[in-house]
Ligand binder design. Structure first.
Ligand code: ADP
Length: 195
């Protein structure tokens, strides 16, 4: 099975493209949703986070978001420590999930931080969904009801979009003009060739 890592900056349409792949019957693992699920349900993560913060940041399956946010903002190194607890477990959960998708020629790991985490090293193909900045801003404003300056803040906090595209094996242009279907078919052909 070819493991496709799918990424893109906020508003690029990464989830939209993941949805199109899912419509073709390709299993999609949403790493963000699964990280949130595992953070409150996985005993290793819960014990790790509670040990790290020295208090019950997860209790009875509920995450104290304020406590975690305070910890993350109090030291730039704290995000790395939290990630070191959560990310390996997300990866192993994905690997277990992928094994259960046997019979499928491809599966997709959707992650906004594919390269930042190094998750790309565990994929066969890294794909970046790209869109012009103005299109991304408009989409986020419409989707999230966020003002433009907030969207720009979010974009500035992420890895540069052109950097993501240059690290990717395959780029899907989702500028609202180029048709996505042929690009997706081309991607799957590319994946078949490398498998
Ligand atoms: P990301 O996951 O990259 O942040 P989304 O996939 O959620 O972005 O896309 C942002 C918004 O733009 C969503 O509301 C989505 O439905 C819409 N969108 C993205 N690409 C397209 C497209 N090609 N056609 C129509 N709507 C799109």
């Amino acid at each position: 099975m070819v493991k496709i890592g799918l990424t893109g900056g906020i508003g690029s349409g990464k989830s939209y493209v993941a949805g199109l792949l899912a419509q073709l019957g390709i299993p999609v693992y949403d790493s963000d949703a699964n990280a949130r699920r595992l953070t409150v349900s996985d005993s290793g993560i819960v014990a790790g986070l509670n040990g790290l913060l020295g208090a019950d940041v997860v209790s009875d399956g509920v995450l104290d978001r304020r406590m975690l946010a305070d910890y993350l903002f109090s030291d730039p190194d704290h995000a790395r420590r939290v990630n070191a607890i959560v990310h390996p477990r997300v990866l192993s959960d994905f690997e277990e999930w992928a094994e259960r998708c046997e019979g499928s020629a491809f599966c997709v790991f959707e992650s906004a931080i594919l390269f930042e985490t190094g998750f790309n090293r565990h994929m066969d193909v890294a794909v970046c969904v790209d869109a012009p900045l103005d299109v991304r801003i408009r989409r986020c404003m419409e989707r999230d009801g966020m003002p433009e300056h907030k969207v720009l803040e979010r974009i500035a906090s992420q890895m540069d979009q052109s950097g993501k595209c240059s690290l990717a094996d395959f780029v899907i242009v989702n500028d609202g003009e180029r048709d996505l279907q042929p690009q997706i078919l081309e991607l799957l052909e590319y994946c078949k060739k490398i498998s």
